[in-house]
Design a protein around this ligand. Structure first.
Ligand code: FAD
Length: 401
């Protein structure tokens, strides 16, 4: 169990982090490792937002190569290699199968080039290998339809339990002295030059703590939290895009399957998940309260249609057969382009250029949380006193809580 500390009202901290998703706990860990005093406020439970509703992949993002987001892919692959080393019980290599049919958009030669580049960006790690599954082995691929099948590519990425990983990082932060205030919801904050005050609700009480720097790591809630701060900071225009997953009974054999949805050619994954099958995801513009994100009936139909297209054994599966469902919200910069092609760079948004008192994290990847946290600490360093680092997050082992 995560151990919320007793509340220390009116206490001063170097850094107060709002939000106990992967970014918040990552920043708490990095701040504590850098020697800063730090408290994290979470309104509900650790990983109760997006960080338990992701596709649970620790990956470079093969498809981001198509939109030339090379630096995102390189950073994620670097972090993947590190997490495989630091958290072997939480992050495991998994192979991915990409079936190519006559009608598949990406042709074998394109995949060959994409996977070669992915391997090059991975470096010398054994996970850089990729291959073609020989035709003689196609019958072992979880009942994959072999009608019109031309090739099956296989490469490596990694899978995790996103909520467990989040809790493991918080545990590591707490071991370095970070405090967890939970359930505590920020209701107001006032920015000040030396310290900013943060008022939060805990049970039915209102309490206050002070921070030299506030880090707003509230994911899809980020702009709602900024509205509670005075003087009101500038917000960046963001769009929330819902991604839904469904869980079906029955084991998935031979790794993860990278499917092209017949309806709109998007990538959809079929993944083994706790002896069941996890299928996702979708992209639906979301408006409203992030706490109310739920898969839509139309999204569930889309996922069922996609998996049934490739795996005949799911052809009689109906929405009533879904045993679990969840939806998460991507935070993407507003722009006219399709969500699929939109940049996945993480944005760090300070309240002011020099000596920020507040930094908001927009977007980001579960995979790159540690690198993002490192950048946050670098960005807010000028607002903080000199402290002696006590650890290096590149060396801290993570174990299941
Ligand atoms: C469908 C989907 C699939 C994804 N798949 C992958 C993947 O496979 N691999 C990958 O690397 N990345 C993936 N991502 C991206 C990744 O999941 C997210 O970038 C990451 O989880 C975001 O974490 P966060 O900490 O920013 O936000 P969240 O996890 O949403 O955390 C925000 C927290 O802030 C808290 N909060 C909000 N308001 C307040 C308040 N007023 N006071 C206190 N606390 C508050 C919330 O309760 C919540 O716990 C996926 C994203 C989506 C949406």
């Amino acid at each position: 169990m995560d151990k919320p500390m007793s509340l220390s009202t009116n206490k001063n901290y170097d850094v107060v982090v709002i939000g106990g998703g992967i970014h918040g706990v990552g920043v708490a860990q990095a701040a504590a490792a850098a020697g800063y005093s730090v408290a994290l406020l979470e309104q509900n439970a650790l990983a109760s937002g997006t960080s338990s509703r992701s596709s649970k992949l620790i990956h470079g993002g093969l498809r981001y190569l198509e939109s030339a987001q090379i630096s995102v892919v390189r950073e994620c692959l670097r972090e993947r290699t590190l997490l495989l080393k630091l958290a072997p019980e939480l992050v495991q290599l998994q192979y991915f199968n990409i079936p190519v049919y006559r009608e598949t958009t990406r042709r074998p030669w394109q995949l060959q080039i994409g996977l070669s580049l992915y391997a090059l960006l991975t470096g010398m790690h054994r996970s850089a290998r990729f291959s073609r599954v020989p035709k003689s082995k196609w019958s072992s691929l979880n009942g994959l339809d072999s009608n019109g099948l031309q090739a099956v590519f296989r490469y490596y990425d990694a899978q995790t339990d996103d909520a467990l990983l989040t809790r493991a990082v918080m545990n590591s932060a707490q071991q370095l002295g970070a405090e967890l205030l939970m359930p505590c919801k920020l209701i107001a904050a006032e920015l000040g030059d030396d310290y900013s005050s943060i008022t939060y609700r805990h049970e039915n009480n209102e309490e206050t703590v002070n921070a030299r720097v506030i880090v707003n790591a509230t994911g899809p809630w980020a702009n709602r939290v900024l509205e509670k701060i005075t003087p009101t900071p500038k917000t960046l225009p963001m769009e929330l895009v819902q991604g839904s997953h469904i869980v079906l009974d029955g084991k998935t054999e031979e790794g993860i399957y990278y499917m092209e949805a017949p309806r709109d050619k998007r990538a959809v994954f079929l993944m083994p998940w706790k002896d069941k099958a996890l299928i996702g995801t979708t992209e639906t513009v979301f408006q409203g309260d992030p706490a109310e994100a739920q898969p839509l009936a139309s999204e569930e139909e889309y996922l069922l249609e996609t998996v049934a297209h490739y795996f005949p054994r799911y052809r009689d599966t109906r929405r009533e057969d879904i045993i679990e469902r969840f939806a998460g919200l991507r935070v993407l910069p507003s722009s006219g382009t399709s969500h699929f092609a939109r940049s996945r760079e993480t944005i760090l948004h300070p309240d002011r250029h020099n000596k920020p008192r507040l930094l908001t994290i927009y977007g980001g990847k579960l995979t790159a949380y540690r690198a993002t946290a490192e950048k946050v600490i670098k960005r807010i360093g000028e607002s903080l006193p000199q402290r002696k680092p006590v650890a290096d997050t590149r060396k801290l082992k993570l174990t299941p809580p």
